[in-house]
Design a protein around this ligand. Structure first.
Ligand SMILES: Nc1nc2c(ncn2[C@@H]2O[C@H](COP(=O)(O)OP(=O)(O)OP(=O)(O)O)[C@@H](O)[C@H]2O)c(=O)[nH]1
Ligand SMILES: [Mg+2]
Length: 296
């Protein structure tokens, strides 16, 4: 067998390529880091845990080659319900057949049972691992557990303290990634930035606004599906349905006099108009569906 062709890029044997999974607990900043590494908002970000539900790829093309970063849902030790069981499975799958692991931690949170569980997961994977201690912009006294994470350094090929949010010290991480990636053929064509489609991206932006507008458990009961995106000469007309688990939540999502749903629609429209550089009209409906978790 000619192994040469499977490990190098015949067009240019000096080019690197590979999948890099971002893994870590909820809320440590994995999605923020994905967006900063790529330079585009591909994944939504909120201050609430368990925001990310899907595996999102972000493609970075450099003169050295192509790095595909994989954002994952936050790891939790126990599957609390059907959905978290499903998300946990996605994390496990996204750690298979990869070339590099970026383990993201938050120095304001102690190394608990959950963190040790993640370490046991990645210990078994035989690829280089990078430890990213995120949120370096926070004051020293808030980063109470920084030394505990620094003490783990010897298990990793490299350690970076950086701020994904403020794009501080991220460039050395990119450089290290290309240094550690194997040679190979690019996984994506040069003009493709992600594995998801525009409908998914719009539904995620709406979901982000739901997380920002509604309190406590309500956002977790929701799922967004895009019914239609119509491009007219001067605007996009987007029709979307917000599914929630029961009628009580539906009332909260709509809000008194429709105030909550209006806030969600306005926030989503504003961000979409900026991103698409065109006027956007959004029509949102709320429906109850006890079984949406089975569809995602
Ligand atoms: N101060 C500070 N906050 C950050 C930084 N990176 C992310 N955050 C904040 O941390 C929170 C969580 O960020 P996410 O990127 O959604 O975290 P995540 O790890 O993807 O979370 P899940 O998808 O729930 O697993 C948000 O409020 C971010 O703004 C950082 O470098 N500094
Ligand atoms: Mg996330």
């Amino acid at each position: 067998m000619d192994t040469e062709n499977t490990t190098s890029n015949p067009e240019n044997p000096a080019l690197k390529s590979g999948l890099i999974t971002l893994v870590g607990r909820s809320n440590v900043g994995k999605s923020t880091l994905l967006n900063t590494l790529i330079g585009t908002k591909l994944a939504i970000v909120t201050d609430k845990p368990q925001t990310t539900r899907n595996i999102i790829h972000g493609v970075l093309n450099w003169p050295q080659g192509q790095a595909v970063f994989v954002d994952t849902p936050g790891v939790f030790k126990e599957s609390r319900n059907f959905l978290s069981g499903k998300l946990g499975k996605r994390v496990h799958e996204s750690l298979e057949d990869i070339d590099l692991v970026i383990y993201v931690v938050d120095p304001t949170k102690s190394v608990g049972a959950e963190e040790r569980y993640i370490m046991s997961l990645i210990r078994k994977i035989e690829v280089p691992k990078i430890l990213v201690i995120n949120k370096s912009d926070l004051p020293r006294q808030e980063k109470e557990f920084l030394d505990d994470y620094l003490a783990l350094s010897e298990n990793y090929s490299a350690v970076f303290e950086l701020s994904a949010l403020h794009n501080r010290h991220v460039e050395p991480l990119r450089e290290k990634v290309f240094e550690l990636l194997p040679f190979g053929e690019p996984l994506y064509p040069p003009d493709q930035l992600t594995n998801t489609d525009p409908k998914f991206w719009v539904s995620e932006l709406i979901r982000e606004k739901i997380f920002k507008a509604l309190r406590k458990e309500v956002p977790y009961t929701t799922h967004v599906e895009i019914v239609d995106i119509e491009e007219k000469p001067d605007l996009y007309v987007i029709k979307a349905t917000i599914y929630t688990l029961d009628a009580r939540y539906k009332k909260m999502i709509i809000g008194a006099h429709g105030r909550a749903i209006k806030e969600i629609g306005i926030a989503a429209r504003k961000e979409l108009e900026t991103a698409l550089n065109k006027k956007v009209f959004i029509e949102l409906e709320v429906e109850t569906d006890k079984h949406w978790e089975e569809r995602i």
